[in-house]
Ligand binder design. Structure first.
Ligand SMILES: NC(=O)c1ccc[n+]([C@@H]2O[C@H](COP(=O)([O-])OP(=O)(O)OC[C@H]3O[C@@H](n4cnc5c(N)ncnc54)[C@H](OP(=O)(O)O)[C@@H]3O)[C@@H](O)[C@H]2O)c1
Length: 278
C-alpha cells in the first residue's frame, strides 16, 4: 500500500480506503448482505486498505455497525472516518450524533469526523465548536468536511481555533472533475486532504461506453495490463493531495481495487486521460 499524509498531521493514511455507502443497506437497514460485506471489508484490511469511510446516515447507522464487526479486535490498526449528517449540525446534535456513532462503531474514538454536507441554517461556528469539544474530550482525532465549496471550506477552517480542518470529501473521478477548477488547487495550497468519493463514478467507469475517451482508457488499461477501474483509481491517487474511497461491498472489487496501487501511470498516459476526459 502507499500512504499520504493527512493534512499536516504527520499521520499517514492509505491512498485507497474502503467506501461503505450501500453496506448494511442504503436508506434503511438491510441485514441480508452483512456477512459478505464484513468479508469484503476484512479483505480490504488484509490488503492494507486500512481506512474505512462510513456515515451515520448510511443504512440509518447500520453501516457503522457492519464496520464495527469487520474491525473488531483490530480497531487501533484501522483509520475510521464517519460523518455527522447535515441536519444534525447544532452543538447538541453533533455531540449526540457522535455518541451514537461511537456506540455503533464499538469504539471510544473516531479518527476522522466529517460534516457530511453543509447546512446554511446552522452557523458553521456552532458546529465546529462542538467538533473542538469532541477533539478535546478524545472522542475525535481529526475534523473534516464533505461536499464543501472553497468558500465553505475556508469558513470551516476559520471557525476552528484549537483544531484544524484536515480534509474535504468530495466527488472526484474521470467523469466529474469539477473540483479541479478551484477546490483542488485550494486544498493543495492549504494542505487539506481531498478524499475522492465515487472514484469510479458509481460504476460508470467500469461499464463505460465506446466513444473516443473510453477507447483511450481501454488502450491504456490494456497496455498497463490493468482494468478500467484500476487505471481510473491510479489516475486519481497520482493527484495531490488526493486519496480515494471506492465502494467495498464485494470481494472481487476490493481485490481489483487493491491492484490500483504499486505502479504508476506514465506522465504521457495521465496527459492522454486528462485530455480524453476533459
Ligand atoms: N460524502 C458523500 O456525500 C459521499 C457520497 C457518495 C459516496 N461517498 C463515499 O464514497 C464511497 C464510494 O462511492 P460510491 O459507492 O458512490 O461509488 P464508486 O465506488 O465510484 O462505485 C461503486 C459502484 O460501482 C460498482 N463497481 C464496479 N466496479 C467496481 C470496483 N472495482 N470497485 C468498486 N465498485 C465497483 C459497484 O458495484 P457493487 O455495488 O456491485 O460493488 C457500485 O455500483 C461510498 O461507498 C461512500 O463511502 C460519500
Amino acid at each position: 500500500m502507499e500512504f499520504k499524509e493527512l493534512d499536516k498531521t504527520g499521520v499517514k493514511i492509505p491512498v485507497l480506503g474502503l467506501g461503505t455507502w450501500g453496506i448494511g443497506g442504503f436508506d434503511s437497514k438491510h441485514f441480508g448482505g452483512d456477512d459478505e460485506a464484513v468479508r469484503a471489508l476484512r479483505l480490504g484490511l488484509e490488503l492494507e486498505m486500512r481506512f474505512i469511510d462510513t456515515a451515520e446516515m448510511y443504512a440509518r447507522g447500520h453501516s457503522e455497525e457492519v464496520v464495527a464487526k469487520a474491525v473488531e479486535s483490530d480497531r487501533d490498526k484501522v483509520f475510521i472516518a464517519t460523518k455527522v449528517s447535515g441536519e444534525n449540525l447544532s452543538y447538541e446534535d453533533v455531540l449526540k450524533s457522535c455518541a451514537a456513532s461511537l456506540k455503533r462503531l464499538k469504539t471510544s474514538y473516531i479518527d476522522l469526523y466529517q460534516v457530511h454536507w453543509p447546512n446554511p441554517r446552522i452557523p458553521i461556528s456552532e458546529t465546529m465548536k462542538a467538533m473542538e469539544h469532541l477533539v478535546a474530550e478524545g472522542m475525535v482525532r481529526y475534523v473534516g468536511v464533505s461536499n464543501f465549496s472553497v468558500r465553505q471550506t475556508r469558513e470551516a477552517q476559520e471557525a476552528l481555533s484549537k483544531a484544524s480542518l484536515v480534509s474535504n470529501q468530495v466527488e472526484y473521478n474521470l467523469l466529474d472533475r469539477s473540483v479541479e477548477e478551484d477546490l483542488l488547487p485550494y486544498a493543495k495550497k492549504e494542505k487539506i486532504t481531498i478524499i475522492a468519493y465515487s472514484p469510479i463514478a458509481r460504476g460508470q467507469i467500469h461499464e463505460g461506453g465506446r466513444d473516443k475517451r473510453w477507447q483511450v482508457l481501454d488502450k491504456i488499461a490494456t497496455k498497463c495490463g490493468k482494468t478500467r477501474a484500476q487505471v481510473a483509481l491510479n489516475w486519481l491517487i497520482l493527484k495531490e493531495p488526493v486519496v480515494a474511497i471506492p465502494k467495498a461491498i464485494r470481494l472481487e472489487h476490493v481485490r481489483e481495487n487493491a491492484g490500483a496501487v504499486g505502479w504508476r501511470l506514465s506522465e504521457q498516459d495521465q496527459n492522454e486521460l486528462n485530455e480524453a476526459f476533459r
